[in-house]
Every structure is written in C-alpha cells, then in structure tokens.
Design a protein around this ligand. Structure first.
Ligand code: SF4
Length: 339
C-alpha cells in the first residue's frame, strides 16, 4: 500500500495569472497575503520533517496561482528550494497547480528537471460559454491538450472542476465530469462556486446577473458527480473549498461555502442510494439498514435529516441504522418488518 499523503500547501496567491477569473480572490480564499519565498520553503519543509509522522509521504504543494505562468526565474527559485528540500529528505514530492494555457513542452521540461511529481490543472468547466463568462481566458480544448501533454510527459495529473459558475447548469457540470474522466486523471477536486467578497462575481450577483449556487444546489449536483467519478475509478480528493478563518468569518458572502460540504455530499449520496433500495418496500414497514462501521452518522444525515426524509417518503413506521463490522456494501437492507 502506498504511504498516506501529507500535503504541505504553500501559496503563490494569483501569481502568474494573466486574467482575473470572476470568482477568484486567492488572498481571501487562501488567507495568504503574499507569495511564499524560497527561504520560507526551507523553514516550512524542515519543520515538516521534524514534526510530521514518519511513513507519510510529504508533498510540498504550490497552490493559489498559475505556477507555470510565473516568470521562469522565479519558478526556478521556488522549485530550487523545493528540490533542495527533497534532496535532504525533508519532503518526498512536489506538486503544483496551474492553468491549462500555461502548459507546453518547455514548461514540462522545467518541472521534470526539478522533480515535480503532480500537476494540478484548473479546468473548472468543459463548457466554453461557462469558461468565457467566468473570465477564464482559455477553452475546453486547452484543458484537453494540456492534460494529454502532462500525462504523456509522465506526471501525475489532478483536474479541478467547479460547479455553479456563471452560465452553468447541473447538466453542464455532469458533462464536464464526463469529459474530465475521459482524460484519465489520477484524481479530481470539485469546488462548487463560492461568492467571495470583492470579486467581480460578487458584483454580478448583487446586480442580479448571476444566480447564487447555494449549498443545497452544490450538494444536489455533487451527489451526482461523486458516483460518476467513483464508478470511473477517479478519486475525488476534495469537495469544496478548504475552510479558512477568512471565509468562515464573512469573506464568503454567498454561494456554496460550507465547512463540511464533502460530508453533506457523501451523506446525500447515501440518501439517494437508500431511496433506490427502499423502492417497493410496503408502507408502514419498519426497516433496518446496515452500513459499514463509522458510517451511521453519514447515513443519518445532518440532524438526522436523511432518516426523517426516508421515513416520510416511504411512509415507514420505523427506520434504524446499524453499523455492521466488515460490511463491504455502502448500504444494505438488513430487515423489513411489516406491521
Ligand atoms: S487562474 Fe486560478 S488562481 Fe488565477 S485568477 Fe483564475 S482561478 Fe484564480
């Protein structure tokens, strides 16, 4: 089994970005006001080596900007510090996030020279109209070209997508997921759109030109995306923005911000699966569902909302959940008793 991965994020907020995507303010999203320096990389990686448990794969990750669009000399300075940390055993791997139109042969050759393992590509949508309205400045075919080049050059590929962007719809999000799966990434991150204070998206929303993607909208669509990726064997590495003090403290003025969004989505997936299992169960029955150990609260939902919804929808006289050690199915019906 591969060791657990421990990501050490360092931020280059909006460095290299040639456009301002309408939803983005990395300073507010990451809570970091300025880009990391080479000296800081040394300190951070040495601290990680001293404090993180042994046996975990430590990965330094350059996030929050368009890394490969940063002037080459600055990239080399930061990558040089990361590579030195790898050579002294403080970290095991380097990953970074960037834009699809900032990938070419020369860029990939530089990343290879510095030992980068994983490239995360912000695809966001595979609908050109959505990309245009979001101010992305690239097309879906840029994503496909860049993804293929990254894989052909031997890097691990992670694709990031968003839901609920301007002009978006659940069907477009599903189509984006299908097209990302076709690129055979090693993982995906899904970020439902959050309205961050001071962004052009906030202005569009306040002017009535953008309809907010609520937490409920995000949960509903992500509960359809997650099974698609899982069925294709593509790990979903993240669902929703990382909670930060800034976002929780009011910088997220609307949209799909919830500190436990991933948990809400996984709970909704279980609700949908339970619905399918309970179809045909006679009204008035008392049902017991079995879930693997540790999954009962996810099945029950926030404030036991899933249990209430299922009991009402199927007119059950009772609904219980039991954790079954060693159960491999996500959920199964243990018993149906007719009253
Ligand atoms: S390219 Fe990425 S980091 Fe840069 S503005 Fe757009 S979303 Fe933000």
């Amino acid at each position: 089994m591969s060791p657990r991965a421990q990501i050490l994020p360092v931020f280059v907020p909006q460095l290299g970005c040639p456009h301002r995507c309408v939803f983005c303010d990395q300073r507010r999203i990451s809570g970091q006001a300025r880009p990391v320096t080479a000296d800081e990389i040394q300190t951070i990686t040495d601290q990680a080596a001293a404090f993180l448990p042994r046996g975990e794969k430590r990965q330094l990750a350059f996030y929050g900007g368009s890394f490969t669009a940063i002037p080459a000399a600055r990239q080399e300075e930061l990558l040089g510090a990361a590579k030195a940390a790898m050579e002294r055993g403080a970290i095991d791997a380097i990953r970074l996030s960037t834009r699809p139109d900032a990938i070419d042969g020369e860029v990939l050759e530089r990343l290879r020279r510095y030992g980068v393992e994983t490239v995360e590509l912000g695809a966001q949508s595979m609908d050109d109209g959505v990309l245009r309205r979001s101010g992305r400045g690239h097309t879906a075919s840029d994503v496909e070209r860049a993804a293929r080049e990254i894989k052909a050059a031997g890097f691990r590929l992670v694709l990031q997508m968003m839901t609920g962007l301007p002009g978006d719809s659940p069907e477009k999000d599903l189509e984006t997921a299908r097209r990302l799966i076709a690129l055979r990434p090693d993982g995906v991150r899904i970020y439902p759109t959050v309205i961050v204070r001071g962004t052009p998206l906030e202005a569009l929303w306040r002017a009535g030109e953008y309809r907010e993607h609520t937490v409920e909208d995000a949960v509903a669509v992500c509960a359809r995306l997650l099974p698609l990726f899982e069925a294709a064997g593509v790990p979903v590495l993240r669902l929703g923005l990382n909670p930060t003090e800034e976002l929780s403290g009011g910088e997220a003025v609307g949209g799909a911000y919830h500190p436990a969004l991933g948990e809400l989505v996984r709970s909704r997936v279980l609700l949908d699966r339970a619905r399918a299992l309970l179809t045909g169960v006679p009204a008035g029955s008392a049902v017991t569902l079995g879930v693997p150990t540790g999954k009962a609260s996810q099945m029950a939902g926030q404030k036991r909302g899933n249990l209430r919804a299922l009991t009402e929808e199927f007119s059950l006289s009772g609904l219980k959940i039991r954790e079954i050690p060693g159960q491999t199915e996500e959920i199964r019906v243990l018993s149906v008793e007719k009253n």
